[in-house]
Design a protein around this ligand. Structure first.
Ligand code: PGA
Length: 255
């Protein structure tokens, strides 16, 4: 019986929502979604996210993918975003985050592990190259997403057009406030390359993960407001293939 109650499923204004008692069950189910995708389609294109939310996810994926009889050897991964101006080897780059937490721990062919190159001399050209590569390889099969407290997805800040493709963005004051803690005394970059809202919503399947009380207010807004540019995550409501995976805290303001 306890197993049956580990999560509850509901629809909020038409969007599928799963609410978990324990975050360990949430990350297990989120990882199983990835393992099933790879079993069904070994050369799948997987869209990946960074941030504090995804650390337990990558820990689970890297420790369990072999037991789950899956392999990344034919898969491609595409990360959502990267800071402009950081070398890949910079300890604060998302490339380093991914190498540390996932890429160095799985059997992916490293050349198939894609992160926008924030050190490119021409970030705009890099953004178009990245978008072209995603479409050349057939688009994203399964996209993982976090959500910022201002409603951003990837680094698509409030005001980003829903039709946007991978582009260069100036980070909002809210994002700079939230992420500058990771940069210590160093100044954090003010711009980034991010997959666009259209790029994200073109994925065959999208899993949004939000945990903790700090996300409760934006989760409620994103799920209940009309789709509008002020809340980029509200664009997901138009997409029937989206599931929000929440813990009790991030879901606490949903009825
Ligand atoms: P977080 O970031 O996981 O560190 O909260 C999520 C996001 O900004 O998309």
């Amino acid at each position: 019986m306890a197993r049956l109650q580990r999560k509850r499923e509901c629809h909020v204004h038409g969007t599928r929502v799963l609410v978990y008692k324990n975050t360990s069950d949430l990350f297990k189910d989120a990882a199983n979604e990835l393992f099933e995708t790879l079993r069904r389609k070994p050369d799948a294109n997987i869209g990946l996210a960074t941030g504090a939310t995804f650390l337990p996810f990558y820990k689970y994926v890297s420790s369990k993918y072999k037991i789950a009889r899956t392999s990344f050897s034919k898969a491609n991964t595409f990360n959502l975003d990267e800071y402009v101006g950081l070398e890949r080897s910079d300890m604060h780059s998302y490339f380093t985050y991914m190498r540390t937490n996932l890429f160095s721990k799985i059997d992916i062919d490293q050349k198939n592990a894609n992160v926008p190159d924030g050190s490119s001399k021409d970030p705009k050209a890099e953004a178009s190259r990245y978008e072209s590569k995603i479409s050349r390889l057939g688009g994203i099969d399964l996209q993982y997403l976090g959500i910022g407290q201002n409603g951003h997805i990837g680094f698509n800040e409030p005001g980003t057009p829903f039709g946007s493709k991978t582009h260069v963005v100036r980070l909002s004051a809210s994002t700079i406030r939230q992420n500058s803690k990771y940069f210590g005394n160093g100044k954090m970059p003010r711009s980034a390359i991010t997959m666009g809202i259209k790029t994200i919503n073109s994925a065959n399947k999208i899993v949004v993960i939000a945990v903790g009380k700090a996300k409760a207010s934006i989760v409620k807004k994103a799920l209940t407001c009309k789709p509008n540019k002020k809340i980029p995550a509200s664009s997901l409501k138009r997409n029937a293939n989206v599931t929000f995976m929440l813990d009790n805290k991030s879901a606490s303001l949903l009825k």
